[in-house]
Write a protein that binds this ligand. Structure first.
Ligand code: ZN
Length: 196
């Protein structure tokens, strides 16, 4: 794993027991003492091994794996969070559109469907509610779009999840909620591809 080998490398560099050969310019440039030791401690098993050994003869620990610039095992980068992020952004934009439509809507326009009198409120109350709901949905949409961007660049997993959740809450003409849910699932499945 990249993490463990990275940690080993870091520890090795701090301890002055880096496993590269002396001819390696990256190491020869100042890391070594004037009278370089001929042996070092294996970071894995602790035994004394030849300074130039690439592989510990006792435990088989391979120091070449921990060297920078060499083919360290690449972290798998799944495309799923990118697709999920795009879906979350689409859902977020749908929520934004719905929010704008809510805010622009006049209470009189929907009187046929929602009778304010039945809800024990005035027409202007209904207008206020429409405006407030629209504003909330717009905020949800903005959070969703930002989370979708984080998912696409595969950074800040938690924020991408928050964006996915808000893309669902934003409803986005109902379709947005479904699209957002699919996006959130893809992001969750691709969690390992995130940097943080
Ligand atoms: Zn060893």
């Amino acid at each position: 794993m990249l993490d463990s080998s990275g940690a080993i490398l870091l520890g090795a560099m701090r301890g002055g027991v880096v496993g590269e050969s002396v001819s390696d310019p990256a190491v020869a440039g100042g890391q070594q003492q004037p009278d370089a030791p001929t042996t070092r401690q294996c970071v894995s098993c602790g035994r004394a091994i030849n300074w130039n050994s690439n592989v510990c003869p006792y435990c088989g620990h391979d120091y070449r794996m921990a060297q920078p610039g060499q083919a360290a095992p690449q972290k798998e980068r799944s495309i799923l969070p990118v697709i999920g992020g795009v879906l979350i952004i689409i859902a977020g934009l749908a929520a934004l559109g719905m929010g704008v439509a809510f805010m622009a809507l006049d209470a009189q326009d929907i009187e046929d469907w929602v009778d304010p009198a039945e809800l024990d409120m005035s027409l202007s109350d209904l207008d206020d509610i429409l405006f407030t709901c629209g504003a909330i949905v717009i905020v949800f949409g903005v959070i969703a779009v930002l989370g979708g961007v984080f998912a696409i660049v595969r950074k800040h997993f938690a924020l991408a999840v928050v964006g996915g959740i808000f893309s669902i809450l934003g409803l986005g003409f109902a379709v947005g909620a479904v699209v957002g849910l699919i996006g959130l699932i893809l992001v969750a499945v691709g969690r390992r591809s995130f940097d943080g």
